[in-house]
Design a protein around this ligand. Structure first.
Ligand SMILES: [Zn+2]
Ligand SMILES: [Zn+2]
Length: 408
C-alpha cells in the first residue's frame, strides 16, 4: 500500500489530528514536522484541508497540548542544577500502548515512527525553549545525559534522575593504617556497637572519606564513591606519583568545580595522611578502565628474617625471584577473594641486608602480585618465594608502594 492509500484508510478509521496522521509517515518528507506531513497527506488523500483538532483525535486525545507545561515543570526541577546534556523518556498509558499495537497491525507503515519518540522529541524542544528563556542551553544526549526526565503520561508526573559527575585523580597515602574506602565494623557490620564506639566503622577514616567531603561540598552532591585502580594493603603506604582513582559524586548540583582549590582543601583536611594530585574531570567510562587497570607496580619491603643470612646467599635468592610466580590466593584474603592460582611476573628485584636478620627489598612486578606472600611464601601457596629460596622464614614488616606504572 502506498502512502496516499494508507492515509485514506487511516482517515476512514476515525478523526485523527495532523500530528498523529503525519507520524505514520515520519520517514518521508525530510525537514517537515509530523503535523506538516499530516496536513499534506490529508489533502492528498481526501482533498480536505480542514484539520482535526488534537482534542478530538482518537489517537492522542490532545495529549501533546500538555507538552509545554511538562517542559516548564522539568525546567523547574533542575532550576538549581548545572547540566549541559539531558534526555526525556515517557511511559505510555495502557491505552496508548494498545493504540500503537493496533495501528501497526491494522495500518502497517514502512515510514512510521513510534509515539514515544515523537513525544520525547517534543518534550525536549519544549524544555529547550524554557531554558532559552532563562538564558540557558543544553543538548540531548542519548548515552549519558547529565539529567534525565521520565514523564508518566498516565499520571502526568515527571521523574528526575540526576546522573553522577566523575573526577579523575591520584592519591598518595603517607601513613599506614588507612584503608582505601570505609570498612564496616566487623563486630556490628556497620550498625554501630561498643567496639566501634557507635561509628559502625572498623577504621576511623579512609582515603575515600578524606577526599569526599571537599568534593561533596563543592558539588552539592548527596554522596559519592572512590573507585581505585586496585588497592594497597591498609598497613602499606602509597608513595611516588600516587594511585589513580575515579571519584563518583551522586546527584551533583555543580559539575564544573575548581579542582585546584579542592586539592588544596583535601590536602589541608587530611593533614599529611594523604594527598591528592592530578585532579581532572572524567567520564563514567573511566570507572571501568580504572577498575580493570593492571599496571606494573614498584614496591619497597622491610623484611625480618628468622635466622641470620649472609650477603651472597641473600643476593642469589633475590635473583631467583625474577620470572614467573605462581601464587594461590593468600590465606589472609581467601575468605573474601576467589581461591585461585595466579601467574604474575617479577620483572626485577634489588635489595640489601640492613643486618644479618633484616633486609630492604625493591620489587618491580605485574599488578595483582601479593608481595608479602612473595617474601613469606604463605605456607608454600606462593612459588617461588624468598623464604624458601633462603631456607629461612621471612616476613614483611613494612610495605610501601613506590609507584603505580599506569598510563591512565
Ligand atoms: Zn492526535
Ligand atoms: Zn561496630
Amino acid at each position: 500500500m502506498g502512502p496516499i492509500e494508507l492515509a485514506a484508510s487511516l482517515l476512514a478509521a476515525g478523526p485523527i489530528c495532523d500530528r498523529c496522521l503525519g507520524r505514520r509517515f515520519a520517514l518521508l518528507g525530510e525537514g517537515l514536522t509530523n503535523a506538516e506531513r499530516g496536513q499534506y497527506v490529508r489533502s492528498a488523500a481526501s482533498g480536505l484541508t480542514v484539520p482535526v483538532a488534537p482534542g478530538r483525535c482518537w489517537v492522542c486525545e490532545g495529549l501533546f497540548d500538555r507538552v509545554p507545561a511538562w517542559g516548564r515543570e522539568a525546567a523547574g526541577l533542575v532550576r538549581d542544577h548545572e547540566f549541559t546534556t539531558f534526555l526525556f523518556g515517557v511511559h505510555l498509558t495502557p491505552r496508548l500502548e494498545a493504540i500503537e499495537e493496533f495501528l501497526d497491525e491494522r495500518f502497517p507503515s514502512l515510514w512510521a515512527e513510534p509515539f514515544k519518540r515523537d513525544m520525547n522529541r517534543e518534550l525536549g524542544k519544549a524544555f529547550e525553549r524554557v531554558l532559552a528563556g532563562q538564558g540557558r542551553t543544553a543538548t540531548v544526549d542519548f548515552q549519558r545525559p547529565d539529567v534525565q526526565f521520565t514523564v508518566d503520561l498516565d499520571r502526568g508526573t515527571i521523574e528526575l534522575v540526576i546522573n553522577p559527575v566523575y573526577f579523575y585523580g591520584r592519591y598518595r597515602k603517607l601513613v599506614r593504617g588507612i584503608p582505601q574506602t570505609h570498612w564496616p565494623c566487623r563486630g556490628c557490620r556497620g550498625r554501630g556497637c561498643e567496639r566501634c564506639h557507635g561509628t559502625g566503622k572498623q577504621y576511623p577514616t579512609s582515603v575515600e572519606e578524606l577526599i569526599l567531603p571537599a568534593f561533596l561540598a563543592a558539588a552539592h552532591g548527596t554522596g559519592g564513591h572512590l573507585h581505585g585502580a586496585g588497592r594497597e594493603d591498609i598497613d602499606a603506604r602509597m608513595l611516588g606519583r600516587g594511585r589513580p582513582f575515579v571519584l563518583e559524586i551522586r546527584e551533583p548540583k555543580r559539575r564544573t568545580l575548581d579542582l585546584a582549590s579542592i586539592a588544596r582543601e583535601v590536602n589541608a583536611y587530611a593533614q599529611g595522611a594523604i594527598e591528592v594530585l592530578d585532579l581532572r574531570p572524567a567520564t563514567a567510562d573511566l570507572v571501568e578502565k580504572v577498575k580493570e587497570e593492571r599496571a606494573d607496580k614498584r614496591y619497597r619491603a622491610r623484611i625480618q628474617l628468622a635466622r641470620p643470612v649472609d650477603e651472597p646467599a641473600f643476593r642469589q635468592a633475590l635473583a631467583s625471584l625474577v620470572g614467573e610466580i605462581k601464587q594461590r590466593t593468600p590465606t589472609r584474603v581467601r575468605h573474601r577473594r576467589a581461591d585461585m592460582v595466579r601467574r604474575r611476573r617479577v620483572h626485577a628485584v634489588q635489595g640489601k641486608l640492613l643486618s644479618p636478620t633484616e633486609a630492604e627489598v625493591d620489587v618491580l612486578c605485574q599488578g595483582g602480585l601479593y608481595v608479602k606472600e612473595l617474601i613469606s611464601g604463605d605456607d608454600g601457596a606462593t612459588q617461588p618465594n624468598l623464604a624458601a629460596l633462603l631456607g629461612v622464614p621471612a616476613q614483611v614488616t613494612e610495605l610501601d608502594v613506590l609507584d603505580v606504572l599506569d598510563d591512565l
